[in-house]
Design a protein around this ligand. Sequence first.
Ligand code: KIV
Length: 285
Amino acid sequence: MSERKKVSLPTLFTKKASGEPIVMLTCYDYPTASFQDEAGIDIILVGDSLGMTMLGYESTLPVTMDDMIRHAQAVRRGAPHVWLIGDMPYMTYQPSVEDAIRNAGRFMAEAACDAVKLEGGAEMADRVNGIARSGIPVMGHLGLTPQSASALGGFRLQGKSALQAKKIVDDAKALEEAGAFAILLELVPEQVCRVITERAGDCIIIALGSGLHAHGQLLIYHDMFGLYPKFKPRMAKVYADAGNLILDGLKQYVGEVADRTFPQPENWFEMQEDEYEELKKLMEK
Ligand code: KIV
């Protein structure tokens, strides 16, 4: 089997130029990262959604840089070939350009990430510019931006009216001009995604629940496999119901321990008979 080549920025832009869709997924842990790397995923996002999917918070807001670094390190160990993006958590870039650069740098230095992502439009252009000018590739994130869910009125489609859509289109241009190598469009109408993709210059557009007209697609891993029982977004496709498969296995294990059908001889080890006899004699002394 030939060794997979490391995905680089030129790899991604070559795909964009040739019209070959870029495949992106979220990931938060080592074993899943190994599977994703082997499956040929181009980009992994270590999303701050891990606050909900892995840590059980109600939102992404309590997630810290240290949480993100720990998970990103594990993902990098499992997926050495993918283009790895660290998602900047709440209030690690909003306060100032300097905060944004320092925290972006942590993803690169401590977790061997290839890039970072942050949420927001024109108002974040100076953060994007500062990070990009420090030599760190930055992905923007527009549309439904979960860190601002309260201000956006919840987890809902963004850019439904022409005026709202125009703002998203303008924000995308502002991020591109600030130096973003890519922009994620989450939950915007497919026409808005199409307009932004058609107008994109040196910038890769990735869609999450925003239609086919982007340079690539993102899904949340836990949605793909039914692993987040609290919520199943309409935009997600469930490729396998791993959540219920795991639940069935757990119930079977509980039952088999209770009725002593687990373990069986193939699940344990025995010592040689003469050693056992010797042990019994030793115990009598
Ligand atoms: O944290 C995350 O996984 C994200 C996605 C919702 C795009 O930012």
